[in-house]
Design a protein around this ligand. Structure first.
Ligand SMILES: [Zn+2]
Length: 182
């Protein structure tokens, strides 16, 4: 199994991510200041801020803020804060999914953009050294991801793949989790 933390040539990434207070202010703070400046509403996506009840929001923010920001942990914290219960890395399922929701027959993978060859900027990054080695490795990962999804589907499991680059907007992420998990 690959270690998905850290990437080649990656400088300055701080896996602990908690020096000082993280810059992520809570959404409610942002909205409050927006309201004070009279800038709210125009162009705001309707309904998007309603994914959380107030209780859920404070629970989730308490968990997500200032914690280890590793992508998988972020998703776990959020799902847990939303009240979902799940198992981790069930080895008896194809691909050992990161989060497993047995009652729903659903699984979630949290993929690093580089390692799994996402089509975003980070995923398309080409390391300067050993380029062929990395290209081959990532190609194999992508093939395996495709196979894994097909196998899971065959045995009755639905899959959601979350990419590292999609995790910044907590509200959007919560909406996706709710849409997938019901
Ligand atoms: Zn990406």
């Amino acid at each position: 199994m690959e270690d998905e933390t850290g990437e080649p040539d990656e400088a300055g990434s701080n896996p602990k991510g908690s020096q000082g207070r993280p810059s992520a202010r809570s959404v409610s703070e942002d909205r409050l200041s927006g309201r004070e400046r009279g800038q709210e509403k125009v162009g705001d996506e309707p309904g998007r801020h309603d994914v959380f009840t107030p209780e859920e929001r404070s629970r989730v923010m308490a968990r997500v803020k200032g914690k280890d920001t590793k992508p998988e942990l972020k998703v776990r914290s959020l799902a847990h804060g939303l009240g979902y219960r799940f198992r981790l890395h069930r080895k008896d399922l194809p691909g050992t999914p990161d989060l497993v929701f047995p009652g729903r027959s659903k699984v979630i993978f949290v993929h690093g953009c580089f390692w799994h060859g996402h089509t975003c900027a980070r995923g398309s990054r080409k390391p300067k050294t050993r380029a062929e080695y990395w290209a081959a490795k990532i190609g194999r990962n992508r093939e395996r991801d495709g196979r894994t999804q097909a196998e899971l589907k065959q045995v009755g499991w639905e899959t959601l793949t979350l990419w590292e680059c999609e995790l910044k907007d907590i509200d959007a992420l919560a909406a996706r989790l709710k849409a997938f998990l019901g």
